[in-house]
Design a protein around this ligand. Structure first.
Ligand SMILES: Cc1cc2nc3c(=O)[nH]c(=O)nc-3n(C[C@H](O)[C@H](O)[C@H](O)COP(=O)(O)OP(=O)(O)OC[C@H]3O[C@@H](n4cnc5c(N)ncnc54)[C@H](O)[C@@H]3O)c2cc1C
Length: 409
């Protein structure tokens, strides 16, 4: 390992060149800090490129603490009051990224390309002469009398402050293998056990095996003790179970002892009576249609065939031949279809990680550690995760921005 020399000394070292680290670097460099980003991948911002299905849903105009989970979401007021979604919008617009807001308040680059966001960040890092070391994995972080010593698998660096921005454990194929948790633990921080979130669900059984690729707008109802949690949105069948925005959002809440997860395939109707009245009107005028064709006007045909088959209703029977009992069976089950969750899928398919560095050991106004001076945290490494819709990137930009400002003071 080479000895340190002047070129290995920086005022701020940022571990991780993802969303939070890149914003932290820009903010610190604008404040005249000498900044080094160390990234183990061969390029920075690899995860940014896959966000929002390649479109990068970079924030949401409805950002508020109630969109997040973690042990201390109240402290998010401190964070978002200092770096809000408006600051994010202004930050990117000043970098030349035109933005647009879509339904649900979700903000995207007008180009519909995540690469527009990353390229703007790269241009600014270049303009500010931020040093970037690629393909170097940080292996050790030590506090010394002179500040911080950061060892990688290739070099050794020194700095006055360090920002740990190396993400969580989700999508390890993009570099996020949870290394930061170990560094934080060694420096005295408590780590809340990370788990996959915004993740598809593996179902018991095989009834859904013929449905991969079928997407349908549903209401999901998760029953826990005497609480019913409801979410509406698109559900996507896969070969192992279910995915899609509504499933990802509810996945965070699935626990071992849940009494059941139910799909309402007719989310406009809240109970089987309402659905029955609607379907009866529909059916009265189509008595000679097969029940399958009649339902297929409202839902994907393949899905109707599978569900009717499970209910042991002949799909080719004419509507007029289905008796009251049969009609009840359809309405009751199509509005309240019970699925049995085997498990959430793994980190490899999770968009974010829950858990991480405990927030009550961090000053939420500065992102500085309360355990080690000159150590800052930003992004998914922290014990906060948001629902889908741009909230996780907003948390990364906000905490990166705050860490960048405060490591420079
Ligand atoms: C498929 C997918 C789609 C998503 N879509 C959205 C979306 O549209 N909107 C949204 O808000 N959120 C989205 N997210 C979540 C969002 O991308 C993350 O929450 C956000 O990127 C976290 O930023 P971060 O800076 O904390 O970490 P990351 O962006 O994960 O960056 C951490 C970086 O640190 C590097 N690193 C790790 N360990 C080391 C080490 N030892 N040495 C050097 N470098 C290291 C990693 O290689 C990585 O580049 C999505 C996530 C995924 C996986």
């Amino acid at each position: 390992m080479p000895a340190e020399n002047q070129s290995n000394k920086f005022q701020t070292i940022i571990i991780g060149g993802g969303a939070s680290g890149l914003v932290a670097a820009i903010v610190a460099a604008r404040r005249k800090q000498t900044v080094l980003i160390i990234e183990k991948n061969s390029a920075i911002g690899k995860k940014i490129l896959v966000t929002g299905n390649g479109r990068c849903n970079l924030t949401n105009i409805n950002v508020s603490p109630d969109k997040y989970y973690g042990e201390n979401t109240k402290c998010l007021h401190n964070i978002f009051n200092r770096f809000s979604y408006n600051d994010t919008i202004e930050f990117f617009e000043k970098l030349g990224v035109k933005l647009k807001t879509e339904p649900g308040g979700r903000v995207f680059p007008a180009s519909n390309q995540a690469s527009t966001v990353l390229e703007a960040l790269e241009r600014e890092l270049f303009r500010l002469k931020v040093t970037i070391k690629l393909g170097e994995r940080v292996t050790k972080l030590n506090s010394t009398k002179l500040g911080w010593q950061v060892n990688t698998d290739k070099n050794r660096y020194q700095s006055k402050s360090v920002i740990l921005a190396n993400g969580g454990k989700s999508y390890p194929q993009l570099g996020t293998t949870g290394d930061g948790y170990d560094f934080a633990r060694q420096l005295g921080h408590q780590i809340i056990e990370p788990k996959p979130a915004l993740v598809p669900l593996q179902l018991e059984g095989s009834w859904f095996k013929d449905l991969p690729g079928i997407q349908v707008n549903v209401e999901l109802i998760l029953k826990q003790e005497n609480k019913h949690i409801k979410r509406t949105g698109d559900l996507l069948f896969t070969h192992f179970g279910i995915s899609g925005p509504v499933v990802l959002d509810i996945s965070r809440l699935i626990r071992k002892n849940d009494t059941g997860l139910f799909i309402n395939f007719f989310p406009a109707y809240k109970n089987s009576k309402e659905l029955e009245s609607f379907l009866n009107i529909n059916w009265q005028s189509h008595l000679r249609k097969t029940i399958l064709n009649s339902l297929a006007e409202l839902l994907p045909k393949k899905l109707c065939a599978v569900l009717l088959n499970i209910l042991k209703i002949n799909p080719d029977k004419q509507v007029g031949q289905i008796n009251q009992k049969g009609r009840k069976l359809i309405t009751e089950h199509f509005i309240h279809w019970q699925v049995s969750v085997k498990s959430t899928r793994s980190f490899a398919e999770a968009m974010v990680s829950t858990g991480g560095v405990a927030l009550d050991e961090i000053n939420p106004k500065t992102m500085e550690s309360l355990k080690a001076k000159g150590l800052y945290f930003a992004g998914e490494i922290l014990n906060i995760d948001g629902v889908s819709g741009g909230y996780n990137l907003q948390f990364a930009w906000s905490t990166g921005g705050l860490a960048g400002i405060n490591c420079s003071t």
